[in-house]
Design a protein around this ligand. Structure first.
Ligand SMILES: *Cc1c(COP(=O)(O)O)cnc(C)c1O
Length: 411
């Protein structure tokens, strides 16, 4: 473990250090849950006030044109595109990640009508699997949903695979797939690939086009800091856009919604994947939040993320030996995202006690403590402070208090 002096020096030479001031963070709190709900960029509060009072309050319905509400989903999509290695016209912000996956999975299956297998990983985030189950029912249960362990995905691909559907970074362990390799392997079998970037977008540079990705979906409220329930996004590679037919064929995905044509005619490009009227307030929050990334070099952000998590893993080693935490996250930088996870039988109570000490991480059933490292607002010294507080929770047995055993609805 580095001494605190080393960490202060790292903070002083950190090229991203100034970004922290752009976030509203409570004094003394160490927030290691930006992978679940990103912190609030200060500019968002002010911007929302303006959107509400001036755009909605004063300009009313004229704002669709005057303030460009009607193109907001595309403008936000273009900002996200830069962070995920896509072209601006390949991404649109809309709906939730779950709904976007539903839309994209159905549309992708339509491109492979003769194939019968949807392949995913059994440890994928549950909503992704639930959506696939619903899609399967909707299509008359003609498809097999094949669920395998992560290390068996490649072997499970075959010429019946219609769609390979994976989350790049595992929400529990932080384990990261090799996107380029798996995309290539799936495509060699003629399958299409959908990547869920919930724990990737805004956490490190994603290279969708360099990986020749087909489709992707992702989350607006995690590393992108768009606020609770922020609109999600979806990506469709340009080469698929013309052939893609949405099942949720709503008027916002129509070529010209204000012609009020009784028959659906899909818009050009990724816009056809839009459905109904966008949530302008939420979309405006996400729009402004994304500006914190405007001057950020994503490679630099990745270096800091790895350094923060590596320091945390090193600092945890004595606590693992003494208190029985078990590291679940790969040590190899290439194989992990921006979060670190430990198993511990008393994980829930320990996390509650740690939160009471001012370090917010989270807990994932059955026994996982999860710590996210959002490089835009975390300092190196926060890593040392978080470890010190965790050591206190363990050494003094603070987690044994009765009140830390009661499970809240959201963990
Ligand atoms: C957070 C997360 C989601 C969230 O989906 P919502 O529809 O926004 O609730 C989906 N997939 C993965 C992998 C996630 O981590």
């Amino acid at each position: 473990m580095s001494t605190p002096v080393d960490l202060l020096a790292l903070d002083r030479s950190d090229p991203l250090a100034h970004k922290r001031e752009e976030f509203a963070l409570p004094e003394g709190l160490i927030y290691l849950d930006g992978n679940s709900l990103g912190a609030l960029p200060k500019a968002v509060a002010e911007h929302l006030e303006q959107v509400v009072r001036q755009q909605w309050g004063r300009d009313l319905i004229q704002s669709w044109n005057k303030h460009g509400w009607i193109e907001l989903a595309e403008r936000v999509g273009a900002k996200i595109a830069r962070l995920i290695g896509a072209e601006p016209d390949e991404v649109v912000a809309a709906d939730s990640t779950s709904v976007n996956l539903f839309k994209v999975l159905l549309a992708a299956l339509r491109l492979r009508p003769e194939r019968r297998v949807i392949l995913s990983d059994i440890d994928n985030f549950p909503t992704d699997l639930y959506i696939a189950q619903g899609v399967r029912q909707l299509l008359g249960e003609r498809h097999e949903l094949r669920l395998v362990k992560k290390d068996q995905v490649e072997a499970a691909l075959d010429d019946q695979t219609a769609v390979l559907m994976l989350t790049e970074v595992d929400y529990r362990s932080g384990w990261r797939y090799d996107m380029a390799a798996l995309t290539r392997q799936a495509q060699e079998h003629g399958a299409l690939v959908i990547w869920d970037l919930a724990h990737s977008a805004g956490a490190f540079p994603v290279q969708l086009n360099a990986c020749n990705a087909d489709f992707a979906v992702g989350c607006g409220y995690k590393y992108l800091c768009g606020g609770p329930g922020a609109p999600a996004f979806l990506y469709v590679a340009r080469r698929h856009q013309g052939a893609l037919l949405p099942f949720l064929s709503g008027w916002m995905g129509h070529r010209s919604p204000f012609d009020f044509d009784p028959f659906y005619d899909p818009a050009e490009g990724v816009q056809r994947m839009k459905v109904g009227t966008p949530p302008v307030l939420s979309l405006s929050a996400l729009d402004k939040a994304l500006d914190v990334f405007a001057d950020v070099d994503m490679e630099q952000l990745r270096r800091k993320s790895l350094r923060l998590s590596e320091l945390f893993i090193e600092g945890m080693e004595p606590l693992c030996a003494k208190y029985g935490f078990k590291l679940l996250t790969p040590r190899e930088a290439e194989r992990r995202g921006s979060q670190v996870a430990y198993a511990h039988p008393e994980g829930y109570a320990i996390m509650q006690a740690l939160i009471a000490e001012g370090v917010i991480g989270d807990f994932r059933a059955p026994n996982i403590l999860r710590f996210g490292f959002a490089p835009l607002y975390l300092r190196y010294r926060d890593v040392a402070e978080a470890l010190e507080r965790l050591e206190r929770v363990m050494a003094q047995g603070l987690w044994k208090a009765e009140r830390f055993r009661e499970r809240a609805k959201v963990t």
